[in-house]
Write a protein that binds this ligand. Structure first.
Ligand SMILES: [Zn+2]
Length: 298
């Protein structure tokens, strides 16, 4: 596949900000190269904690208007990344943020976690069949770190990939489409350790420093099959992180979430190929998520 404009990448995420933290540099790179980049966000992130004190009133236990506010943050982040196709699964507000695992908000009507996978998946099948991506990116089965909406986003994405390819499933949602390659977001342990060493040596001012164990998706290095060098797009990623101001505090090449713990911002983003054929020789990492695809995959 040599014509960048024929490349179509679809990312499935749980909340506004997850796309930027996990894939911001990758999204900016492919958008800049002329590929089609589509982001699907499953909830508005209504249950998030709010960092800036002057916006604390938006929180779910006060005005409960954080979701609407985060629609604007996400739009600004997409502008920073150069991504123009962004959608909420089922439309904005169809599925609500479930909150952290074990909270009563998990079980409330309309919560994403409380929704059957097969109720949510058709909305994504329709997008897969209309966008027709060769590459789909989502979380691993643990959602990276066990958040119910991340686990559910993984389940819905994997289910939708299967259903979209089945010509006997819901012809009303468009002609069947097989996604050639599916990747899960990952972080190699060595990169996480190196990032924290850099953070500790930097003197960056955070109330605390996170630990490798706090990072989602950390795995042993040999699990990683692809590394996308987003170095030239670090500025785009940083700007998009700043756009998610209720959720992320940025300090140079580091950032903190609402737990105030500093963590490194990765310009290289890492993936594990779980469906499809790698475009790199055995034992080597792909540097391009579209590597090895042929015209017949388009
Ligand atoms: Zn999230």
């Amino acid at each position: 596949m040599t014509d960048p404009s024929d490349r179509r990448l679809l990312l499935v995420h749980a909340h506004p900000d997850d796309e930027t933290i996990n894939n911001g540099a990758t999204m900016a790179k492919y958008a800049a190269e002329g590929a089609s980049v589509t982001l699907v966000t499953c909830t508005l992130g209504e249950e998030g904690e709010v960092i800036p004190p002057e916006l604390a009133h938006l929180a779910a236990d006060r005005d409960d208007t954080l979701g609407t506010h985060r629609i604007g943050e996400l739009a600004a982040a997409m502008q920073a990344l150069g991504v123009t196709d962004h959608r909420f699964l089922g439309g904005p507000g169809r599925f609500r943020d479930s909150g952290m695992m074990g909270l009563p908000t998990n079980d409330r009507e309309g919560a994403f976690w409380h929704t059957d996978v097969d109720t949510a998946a058709p909305y994504l099948v329709e997008i897969v069949r209309s966008v027709r991506p060769q590459v789909l990116v989502t979380y691993d089965p643990d959602g990276g770190y066990g958040h119910p909406d991340h686990i559910q986003a993984h389940r819905v994405a994997m289910r939708a990939v299967d259903l979209a390819a089945d010509p006997d499933y819901r012809a009303d949602l468009g002609p069947a489409h097989t996604v050639a390659k599916v990747y899960w977001n990952r972080v190699p342990r060595s990169a996480a350790e190196e990032g924290f060493a850099r953070l500790r040596a930097s003197g960056a001012q955070f109330p605390g420093v996170a630990d490798v164990a706090d990072l989602p998706g950390v795995v042993e290095d040999d699990v990683i099959t692809a590394a996308v060098d987003g170095g030239p797009y670090t500025g785009h990623k940083t700007a998009a992180m700043r756009a998610h101001a209720t959720q992320i505090a940025v300090d140079g090449p580091f950032f903190a979430l609402s737990n105030d713990l500093g963590q490194p911002l990765f310009a290289t983003e890492y993936y594990e190929l779980v469906r499809g054929t790698a475009g790199a020789p055995p034992g080597e990492r792909e540097s391009d998520l579209f590597a090895g695809l042929s015209w017949t995959d388009a």
